[in-house]
Design a protein around this ligand. Sequence first.
Ligand code: TRH
Length: 389
Amino acid sequence: MSLHPQHPTTLTIFCKVVDNYGDIGICWRLARQLRHEHGVAVTLWVDDLKSFRRICPGVDLDADHQLVQGVQVRHWRGQEASHAPGEVDDIVIEFFGCELPPGYVEAMARREPRPVWLNYEGLSAEEWVEGCHRLPSMHPRLKLTKHFFFPGFTDKTGGLLRERAIGAERAAFQSDPGQAQDFLAGLGLAQGEIDAFKVSLFCYPFAPVASLFRAWERGAAPIACLVPEGVAADAVQAFFGKTARAGDSATRGALTVRILPFVAQPDYDRLLWACDLNFVRGEDSWVRAQWANRPFVWHIYLQDENLHHKKLRAFLDRYAVGLDSLKTFSLHWNGAGPGDPQDQDWQALWADLLADMPEMAERAGAWETRMLENGDLATNLLAFAASLR
Ligand code: TRH
């Protein structure tokens, strides 16, 4: 596969937004990294430009075809279009099994040489992932083979998405308090909030946020909880006594809740770097929290038959070894512990977690060092694709 600048490797990602922001969040991050760090000519087909614009404000909602930060972005309007083999790139990524347009698959089969076709799968800490990573799957009719590519936490997986400069950028940000001060003030935080214990809160609606708010209200030291607009809407509405919008804040007891605007992806990283504790969810924010050098609590995406409980435990078994407070807190936060999450003693759960915060901070650093040993996903993906040609 050519890495010559005049004939760069070409790669297409197909992204279907199932819900929320993780699908496009991951695809956009991967696309940018391949373009900027590996010189790959990337085309990103995405079916929902509105969700895309929320994490990347430069996106034009009306454009069928646009160049965004060096990436060709195409509005994927359906399965009907026909394609010529000449349109097909060296590598084609089908994100989360999103089902490529049949006309595109036909074109892939007619292209010479045939493209590398990868199915980019969801991140899980479960052991079976190692056995499925890189597995081939033959097309039933056409002369095409798709390979499964799994992100993961071991060297027998594809690793995690991580930009080359992210560690240095974060270190520069965190070693200079002025940067966090300016960044948070730019988001509208008052000085008292900047000086408080800062928590960013990104979770699904079923998290027991109202119970945690009550525990924080009764706390001894001030807490500023920073919530992106629209997140935890019920608990936030109950706290404010009205629908809260970006820029609103309210204080009860020791707790101030501030509503933030949704920010572009790089600023979301800065938010995680600036906070003392981050609540994250899904997949991409969860990974970003692992690069933030800060304690975090993960809210997992809900799956049928409580499959997500298994996934949550698999991660905690790797990450939270010896950190029982984090394990217990996380299980209840996700409704995976014994009893109703709302009925738990959140004051005690919080007190235990707070007491372990220094250890959690240490764990964050050690975990990152360990994960770096697996290489980064974009590099691993290109190496795997090259091995198939
Ligand atoms: O939004 P998510 O819940 O997304 C998903 C989807 O539910 C998806 O269907 C599922 O497959 C996946 O999770 C596991 O959570 P996630 O993955 O953390 O994605 C959020 C993205 O939004 C991430 O790229 C960070 C970005 N973001 C911003 O850019 N700015 C912000 O202000 C915030 C809060 C997030």
